[in-house]
Write a protein that binds this ligand. Structure first.
Ligand SMILES: C[S@@+](CC[C@H](N)C(=O)[O-])C[C@H]1O[C@@H](n2cnc3c(N)ncnc32)[C@H](O)[C@@H]1O
Ligand code: SF4
Length: 447
């Protein structure tokens, strides 16, 4: 791809882990969430638990993090999480759960006894199907054999290791020092203990990365052969995450080089037998996500791509996001206010969005494109009772433009992303975003 093409397509765009996207959400009364929980559909749930604590801040980090070194703060947080579980289950009853995800921050920063207390509460408050995905994000710098073994014993079957890059110069520049030996050792422990799925997270576009340095990182990861690899584009959002300002722009790869780093890594993962899934995931054919991609049942939610798409998702903890009865809900973002709400027995809701019928329809279109790279117009008509080309008559011009630019093929039956369109699927998806035009919201760049 030429430099001209790249700069043209390198535009701010959402990652569409939700639609409408988070900047479009507004005030939402806790009573609205109460009501949605009472009306929850009789379907198995997906649960997300946010553990915000980290010992130090990685300079690139875009996650919701609370720096903490005091165990008593973590104990207090777990007490409140348990209270939140009680408030929610008082409305929903004891529900079946087919997906459980612990994210952060660093969930493994909790001590084993504290984690055990929280997990026991979850286990007894919900009916968890342990044959499904029970997953946790792990910073290898906080894990040891005892902790991993404990997690496996209580039912976790999938772990995601944060690696980002194995190059020391990159690691120094982002203040995340993690030797390759430590990463390999933790990975091998997880295998030995018997986790069924092991994922590794990488980020491209970090300071001092070049095609050559990242080539070596990819080789290091291929030696380990994890089941899944997430290859995230560095999301630079300094207006939200001030610590990112400490990364000097001049140390970052150019747009063209960043794209080359990605393209080279993608090619090598595919050559090594991984299936490229969606924008940023790679999975071995034996992995559940690869199977879902093949049979077109892959879903998209707040964690990115998911093999188990549950219609009802509940989020617990500070900043956690859920979606109940087509209503997005985000919890309060700071700990004191989160605690204060729970102290008065109120669900700690910060903001959200009740989806309209049109939002629900467009969410299906956008997520289907993001997860499968194509859209079956007949299926749209079957679901929504109107021909696709009629419903989207006002954007047919834009679709033609995308076709001219080589991003999609628009046939009477289907919209199919080309190879270039797959790489820039966020650009394709924005065509269907009814909010993007009038909004002046900031998003990370597509490349
Ligand atoms: C919430 S972190 C949790 C993992 C754990 N704390 C660790 O760092 O090992 C999950 C993943 O998000 C990704 N991530 C964090 N900040 C990012 C950013 N600004 N852009 C792209 N990916 C990011 C990293 O790959 C990270 O491993
Ligand atoms: S990348 Fe992980 S360890 Fe680093 S600050 Fe973010 S959440 Fe914490």
């Amino acid at each position: 791809m030429s430099a001209f093409d790249l700069s043209k397509f390198n535009q701010p765009a959402p990652r569409y882990t939700s639609y409408p996207t988070a900047p479009e959400w507004g005030d939402l009364a806790p009573e609205t969430y109460n009501q949605k929980l009472l009306e929850l559909e009789d379907v198995p749930l997906s649960l997300y638990f946010h553990i915000p604590f980290c010992k130090t801040m990685c300079l690139y980090c875009g996650c919701s993090v609370v720096l903490n070194r005091k165990p008593e703060n973590e104990e207090r947080y777990v007490d409140y999480l348990m209270k939140e579980i009680d408030l929610v289950t008082a409305l929903t009853g004891k529900r079946r759960v087919v997906q459980l995800h612990f994210g952060g921050g660093t969930p493994t920063k909790l001590s084993i006894p504290l984690f055990a207390r929280l997990f026991e509460k979850i286990r007894t408050s919900f009916d968890i199907d342990f044959s499904q995905e029970i997953a946790i994000e792990i910073d290898p710098r906080t894990a040891n054999f005892e902790k991993l073994n404990f997690l496996r014993k209580i039912g976790f079957n999938r772990v995601s290791f944060g690696v980002q890059d194995t190059n020391w110069k990159v690691q120094e520049a982002v203040k995340r020092r993690q030797s390759l030996e430590m990463t390999i050792e933790t990975y091998e422990m997880a295998r030995q203990i018997g986790f069924e799925g092991v994922n590794v997270d990488l980020i491209y576009g970090l300071p001092h990365q070049t095609v050559e340095t990242f080539h070596k990182t990819v080789s290091d990861i291929l030696e380990m052969r994890p089941d899944r690899i997430a290859l995230f584009s560095y999301a630079k959002v300094p207006w939200l995450k001030k610590h990112q300002l400490a990364i000097k722009d001049e140390t970052l790869p150019s747009t063209e080089e960043k794209f080359e780093i990605y393209a080279d890594a993608r090619k090598r993962f595919v050559e090594a037998g991984y299936l490229a899934i969606g924008m940023d995931h790679f999975a071995l054919e034996t992995d559940e996500m690869a199977k879902c991609f093949r049979n077109r049942t892959l879903g998209r939610n707040f964690q990115g791509y998911t093999a188990q798409l549950a219609d009802e998702m509940l989020g617990f903890g500070v900043t956690a996001i859920g979606c109940a009865r087509h209503t997005y809900v985000q919890n309060i973002k700071d700990l004191p206010s989160y605690y204060a709400a729970l102290d008065i027995d109120q669900l700690p809701v910060h903001r959200g969005k009740v989806s309209t019928d049109e939002d629900i329809l467009r969410k299906w279109v956008i997520h289907t494109l993001m997860a499968t790279f194509e859209l079956d117009k007949k299926e749209f008509e079957k679901r929504y009772g109107e021909p696709f080309d009629t419903h989207f008559a006002d954007i047919l011009d834009k679709l033609s433009q995308l076709e001219v630019e080589g991003l999609v093929l628009n046939t009477p039956d289907k919209i199919v992303a080309t190879e270039l369109g797959e790489l820039l699927i966020r650009v394709v998806a924005t065509t269907f975003d009814a909010y993007i035009e009038h909004g002046h919201k900031k998003f990370s760049q597509t490349v």
